[in-house]
Structures are given as C-alpha cells and as structure tokens.
Design a protein around this ligand. Sequence first.
Ligand code: AMP
Length: 374
Amino acid sequence: MAFKNLGLPLVLLDTLTEQNYTAPYPIQVKAIPAILNGEDLLGIAKTGSGKTASYVLPILAQMLKRQKAKNRHVDVLVLVPTRELAMQVQDVFYQFCLHLPDSIKAKAVFGGVSINPQMIGLQNVNILVATPGRLLDLVRSNAVHLTNISTLVLDEADKMLNLGFKDEMNAIFKLLPAKRQNLLFSATLSADLNAINEIILNNPTVVKIEEEKENLDLIHQTGYFVAADQKGPLLRHLIKSKNLQQVLIFTASVYKADNVANKLRKNGIEAEAVHSKKSQGARSNALANFKAGKIRALVATDLLARGIDIEQLPCVINYELPRSPKDYVHRIGRTGRAGNEGLAITLVSDEEKHHFKIIQKKMGRQVEMLEHDL
Ligand code: AMP
C-alpha cells in the first residue's frame, strides 16, 4: 500500500515524500481513509505505531476544504495527557503544515507554564492540541471557544484517565457540539475507557495494532561485562574489529546518545544520533543516511527506536540497558528480521549486572557473555 492510495491531497503527498515517509504504517493504512470518510475511530495502538500521523494527515486534508471559522473558535481539538505529548503532536502538525495555507494554524497549550502568552497566542488558531486542565482554564477566560469543534481527538486516552483527568474530560465533552467526528487512541482498553467510548463514539471503525512479536530465535545474543568508562573504547573496538557497517546503538538518555555519536565521529566512525530533541527533519535525514549506508552507526533512544523500521538490520548494540525487559526485546528485535540472522550485543557495567539478570529472566533466555581484551 502506498500513501497515494489513501485519498490524501497532493500537497500532503509531496510533504510525505520530502519527510522520507516512504510507505504508510499499518495504522495509517486503516485510519486515514476512515477519517477522511468522516467516520469515528477507535485506535488501539501505542506510541511508535505511527498513530499521530494517522490522524494529523487526514485532519489537515479536511481542513483544506473547510471555511475559516471565526477567530478563537477552533475546528479541531486534540486532547493529550502531557505537555511532552502536546509538543510532539504540535510538531507533527507543523511538519505537515509546511506547504499548506497560513490559514491552517495549529498550536499546543498545556499547564505548568504561564497562561497569558497562550491566551494571546490563540489568535486565529484552528487546530488546538491541549491538556485538559489548561484547556478548561482557557475556555473559562474566553481565550478559546469549543462550540465549532468538528473533530475531537483523544490521544493516549488511557493515560489521561490514569492521570486523573476523567472529570475534566467530561466537562470538556459537555462544551462540544453534538455533531462532530470523534477519534480515540489508546494503548489499552479499560472499563473507564469503554465508558468513554460509549459516550463519545458513534459506530466507530476499530483499528487494533497488535504488538509486534519479536522472533528471538534468529538473534544471536551476546554481551560483555565492562567498566562504565570503558564502554566507549569497547564499542569502537567492536565496530572496527567486527567490521560492522550498519549498527544501531541504544542509549538510555538523549544526552548519552549525542555523546556516543560525537565520540564515534571523533574516532572516524560516521555516526548520527536520533532522539526526541532532534527536529523531525534531522531525524529523517539521519535515518535515510543510515538506511542508504552513508553512516555506519545510528545512536538512538528507546522512544525513537519504535518508529525505526529497517529490514534486515545486521547488528544492534545496547550501549546501556533499557529500563524495561520489554524494551530490551523490542531493541534487539530490530535485527534478525525477515528470516535473516542478526547479532545483538549488550555492554553491561557493574551497576547494570543485576538489572541484566532480571531482563534475561523475563525474556526466558540466557545471554552468552564474552571476554574482551581491552
Ligand atoms: P507515533 O506512533 O505517532 O509517535 O510515531 C512514531 C514515529 O514514527 C515518529 O517518529 C514518526 O515520525 C514515525 N513515522 C510515523 N509514520 C511513519 C511512516 N509512514 N514512515 C516513516 N516514519 C513514520
């Protein structure tokens, strides 16, 4: 399936190409046509599935056809649980608004920062991304009106409920016009969430993206016990001695990802870091260069790794352990795909030994620890 078969306008297809979105993810294949068709949608999908673009793209396509609403009357409301997600979603709107008319204006608002600049900044905004509490404050201050909403999106709705936003969400629903399109995304379904589905969704299209099952049989897992300050030299030694030409390296933090990539470059190994603090353009470029074999090492954090889809990646190195055993399996699952064998190497410092035991126990496999001669 290609993006051009999903019913999106040409201007968005061009932006997709520019941004290196070569093919739609499964959730996008199902959600985009349904949303364009005006249907309500229940999407059961996690971060990393491509869910944001699955609603941002058709919403922007719909906006192109809409009359401009009165000032401070927003057309589209995206409710999110956290400031981080609000900013991420805003970025995806910006990314795809690039070649659209200026009349389509998206903005994120969230609590924890001064409300006044947000009130001023809401002039002429027609797509509002908001956390529930701050949105209600802005409505009470007459900074924004919700009576014209034609599309409501609840993103990470399960997290919104877990964070105790249920009352605020209900208060917001009461302010919306009855006739509107509703899109609800959640990683899981709970009783509370089902109650919300029943209130807001009207005969929805349901899209469920199963979590990928990684096939561990094809992955040769090895590891090294190494002092934390020797990880850098060992990493370089492994890349050079094994002549690794395409290696995905994981770190636990954004800071470390930059740091590891810088050190590799200084030592003559072409490397780029991809993480949430990099612009979408920079991430896409790094990924494209990595896929094309122009850079040897891509250094990533866990969040970004979910979006990385590279067939037949030969080697993954865990420079630092992830927090959850699930993430470990997800990381190493980037290799050993499509029937090809893969290599996963984990560098384990003294402080990480205990956690690595837990990861192996949860995974139900023992990792072969090798000696190194540093
Ligand atoms: P999300 O689940 O919306 O947080 O998206 C996860 C990551 O996948 C983001 O970094 C997106 O930019 C990226 N992404 C989403 N859809 C595609 C696609 N069709 N092709 C390439 N990257 C994508």
